[in-house]
Design a protein around this ligand. Structure first.
Ligand code: F3S
Length: 388
């Protein structure tokens, strides 16, 4: 059966009500985007999971769908507004109950693992070259640019529809000709650290809508590339970037950046207020970063609280000894919850924080009016810890 026949059968109601809705969604997108048919996907990642965002209307829709709809490809879901598999004293009342109901509806449909914005850290990692339907902008940019996946920047509904039928409209980032960079960003200096990579993504997102190649970031670490991807996904429309190495062949317009451009961007992003707490994990922190953090915190105590938001699989993978070091330092770890959309002042009582994430700056400033200071994790350890 061709993918077009699959969509037609679903539209006729032959595959159930959920598949019918999914087909309507995918067919409308295919028409609007003038897609060349559909392409098979091997993975879906769905956003729109947070009760703060979708409210009761979204919850009801998901509960209705979950009565008969099932995902046909490995599917994960984004972080929530409250923990769903454990109790945490900061999260109380209706939000917890409603968030669990949303989570359970997704589970009934077949989502796997726990809520995460870094499915590529092990919970849902497709192979290089795979077409997928992902709806978390930081994961989309990282997936296309670093992991070699093919995905558009999907919304929660389009990713959900793709997860049901196992296909997605074939347009945009699914076609090689649309993935070529139209501009080059050339760095005339050596860039280092998550904060500076985030500032680079902020500058790229603010200065062009085109896909860019970046010259001068070869050898960037995984946390640096996660930070860059999250910032581009937040501040710009581009679903990917290209890391340029060696001699460049393409004749494209070039934007040259100096170190002072990054410093100026960081100053513009950072508030002066003294932070009351540290927020790490936007996107979610993974096993290697957790291990590095543990090493840096061994024998030290935090002077202000540190909230770490981690991918649960990564947290499972660190040793009990490492967990003890984190706990002795005073750090607290949360899984499943998005720090940027969990209302820091109301939930944790902070109106001023330090973070290494330029994406966190955007959301927590706009949503919660929180003051944010941006700096690397290593600088936070230096400033806000002392020897025990
Ligand atoms: Fe993840 Fe929330 Fe940041 S979903 S990327 S922690 S805004």
């Amino acid at each position: 059966m061709s993918y077009e026949e699959l969509v037609d059968r679903a539209l006729n109601g032959e595959l159930g009500e959920g598949a019918q809705i999914a087909a309507k969604v995918l067919k409308s997108i295919a028409r609007a985007m003038r897609a060349s048919g559909y392409v098979k996907i091997t993975s879906a990642h769905i956003s729109g999971v947070n009760y703060y965002n979708i409210g009761d209307a979204g919850l009801e829709l998901l509960q209705d769908l979950s009565r008969s709809t099932r995902f046909t490809v490995p599917t994960t879901i984004n972080p929530c507004g409250a923990p769903v598999t454990y109790v945490s004293e900061e999260f109380r009342g209706t939000i917890v109950e409603k968030q669990r109901m949303i989570y359970e509806a997704f589970k009934r449909m077949g989502s796997t693992g726990s809520c995460t914005c870094t499915p590529y850290e092990g919970q849902n990692l497709p192979s290089r070259g795979d077409h997928v339907s992902w709806a978390e902008s930081s994961a989309v940019v990282y997936g296309n640019s670093v992991l070699g996946l093919y995905t558009n920047k999907e919304g929660g509904i389009s990713a959900l529809a793709a997860a049901v039928l196992g296909i997605t409209p074939n347009y945009g980032m699914h076609l090689d000709e649309n993935r070529r960079p139209k501009k080059r960003i050339r760095l005339n200096f050596r860039i280092k650290g998550e904060a500076r990579f985030g500032a680079l993504g902020y500058i790229i997102g603010k200065s062009t809508v085109e896909i860019v190649s970046i010259k001068g970031i070869e050898g960037a670490s995984r946390p640096e590339l996660k930070s860059l991807s999250a910032a581009i996904g937040t501040y710009g429309p581009q679903p990917m970037f290209v890391i340029e190495s060696g001699g460049s062949s393409e004749e494209v317009e070039e934007i040259v950046l100096e170190e002072k451009d990054i410093t100026t961007a960081l100053q513009a992003l950072s508030d002066q207020a003294e932070p009351q707490a540290i927020v790490l994990g936007c996107p979610f922190i993974a096993e290697k970063e957790l291990s590095e953090l543990t090493e840096a915190l061994a024998g030290r105590r935090l002077k202000i609280p540190m909230l770490i938001f981690a991918d649960s699989k990564s947290l499972q993978n660190i040793t009990d000894e490492q967990k003890t070091i984190l706990s002795l330092s005073g750090a607290r770890i949360f899984t499943e919850v998005c720090p940027s959309l969990s209302y820091l002042p109301e939930t944790f009582g902070y109106i001023s924080v330090a973070t290494n994430s330029v994406k966190h700056v955007f959301y927590t400033k706009h949503q919660s009016k929180v003051n944010v200071k941006v700096m690397d994790m290593s600088e936070m350890i230096e400033r806000y810890t002392e020897k025990t």
